[in-house]
Design a protein around this ligand. Structure first.
Ligand code: DGL
Length: 265
């Protein structure tokens, strides 16, 4: 197994991918991580596939130019739009995210699962395929959540406006008998405490970050694993106002860190 100081590149439309980065840091404490928030273009939610593909390609090219040994598309929407193209373009492991329909289908007792995600994810061919594969075992009720990503981007994880939005999105799912909710957007795990308060203890909440971190770990173990020597480092980049991400890092990442402007992306 070779020892390599090359970093892992992770990106999202904004701060949502930090929920995935946290899992990656737990599973891979010795790896150096690069994180790009495409905040100048968030939310991706209902942007065109061509636009998201172009952004994913530009950001991935930036990360590869930083010598990334693997890419994590820490965004369900960008995965749905762009992962096929990224895998064709870059000769390195490219890990994506998709709503956890299969684990939810396995977990439900009522036979109804609810999927919270962006319109872009829910309308994608990849999602349709996922439902086709596993949806025969349970009823899959979907709920696009316009406005929710913006609340997380604003750092409002529990205020009245966020509460009102989330509660309106969840109510129809519960009314249709869902006992298992899939958090199909990487911004939503940050709303988990509020969501738990709204739905109570009986409803299962399922997200994909931990599974993606384990998958990444398996993939790089095949090639470029960084044994734990000391703590790995993190570098943060933003295509938007770097102060915006700097202000949110203590809340969403756990501590402050400097943010650089994304150049060439
Ligand atoms: N965090 C993203 C996702 O997982 C994208 C949200 C957005 O930008 O609309 O889908």
């Amino acid at each position: 197994m070779s020892v390599s100081p090359r970093p892992i590149g992770v990106f999202d439309s904004g701060v949502g991918g930090l929920s995935v980065l946290r899992h990656i840091r737990t599973v891979l404490p010795g790896e150096d991580l690069l994180y790009v928030a495409d905040s100048a273009h968030a939310p991706y939610g209902m942007k065109s596939v061509a636009f998201i593909e172009a952004r994913a390609l530009a950001i991935s090219s930036f990360l590869v130019a930083q010598d990334a040994k693997a890419l994590v598309v820490a965004c369900n929407t960008a995965t749905a739009a762009a992962i096929v193209g990224l895998r064709a373009r870059f000769d390195l492991p490219v890990i994506g995210m998709e709503p956890a329909v299969k684990p939810a289908v396995d977990a439900t007792r009522s036979g109804v699962i609810g999927v919270l995600a962006t319109g872009g994810t829910l309308e994608s061919a990849r999602f349709a395929e996922l439902v086709q594969r596993f949806g025969s075992q349970a009823r899959v009720v979907v709920q696009p959540c316009p406005g929710l990503v913006e609340q997380v981007e604003a750092g409002d994880l529990s205020g009245p406006a966020t509460r009102a939005l989330l509660s309106a999105f969840v109510a129809p799912l519960l009314a249709q008998g869902a006992d298992t909710l899939v958090l199909g957007c990487t911004h939503y795990p940050f709303l988990q405490p509020l969501l738990r308060e709204l739905v109570g203890e009986q409803v299962a909440l399922i997200e994909t970050g931990a599974a993606v971190a384990r998958q990444l770990s398996r993939r790089i173990a095949e090639t470029d694993f960084q044994p734990v020597r000391s703590a790995g480092t993190e570098k943060f980049f933003s295509s938007g106002e770097r102060q915006h991400l700097e202000a949110l890092l203590p809340q969403l990442w756990g501590h402050a860190a400097p943010v650089k402007c994304l150049t060439g992306g």
